[in-house]
Design a protein around this ligand. Structure first.
Ligand code: HEC
Length: 159
């Protein structure tokens, strides 16, 4: 019986009870809270590559919202396009092969969204429309983050 495989299910089932117990005993607890997200088993370099892409997303969203605030639709489109399909060209095939299909599909769909957001920002020049599209796409970021994690140590990675 593989204990590691059972752990996420167990911690999901008992996480609430444990959290309650932790709160009750009054002791500081350095241990992380139960985390039911699926684990992506990546090596340290692959993890770093994915997290770097993520920080580029956040950087792009910051630039895009700033541009929309100034009603600078060309800058908003440029920021969106930077997060479009062109961003996926750098992903090494070995890493791509390790990512679950649903993960890749969600990722691609976010990149495709940003290309569409860029096109619409240029043609419609409508801040509300662009913000609505951005919000819908951010919902996909939220969904993926709720579903997956890339641990540093649980998978026995080098530190
Ligand atoms: C297909 C899945 C997926 C999508 C889509 C996705 N992310 Fe992530 N992101 C992850 C995972 C997995 C992590 C690592 C989380 C962990 O291990 O706790 C992460 C981490 C991050 C981090 C932390 C980076 C770091 O250096 O630690 C940021 C910031 C981030 N994502 C931003 C975004 C934004 C903004 C979007 C949408 C525009 C987005 N992500 C879309 C999967 C995704």
């Amino acid at each position: 019986m593989c204990l590691i495989r059972l752990l996420p299910a167990l911690s999901l089932a008992f996480g609430t009870a444990l959290a309650h117990a932790d709160a009750m005993d009054g002791m500081p607890h350095p241990a992380p809270a139960a985390d039911g997200r699926a684990i992506l088993q990546l090596d340290a370099a692959e993890r770093a590559a994915i997290l770097e892409e993520m920080r580029l997303f956040l950087d792009g969203v910051q630039k895009m919202t700033g541009a929309l605030g100034r009603q600078d639709m060309d800058a908003a489109a440029a920021a969106a396009r930077g997060m479009g399909m062109r961003m996926t060209h750098d992903v090494p095939p070995a890493l791509r092969a390790k990512l679950p299909l649903e993960f890749r599909q969600l990722g691609f769909s976010v990149h495709r969204d940003f290309d569409q957001i860029a096109l619409d920002a240029e043609s419609l020049k409508d801040v509300s429309h662009s913000l609505g599209q951005l919000s819908a796409t951010l919902q996909k970021c939220v969904a993926c983050h709720a579903a997956y994690q890339i641990p540093t140590t649980a998978a026995g990675l080098d530190r």
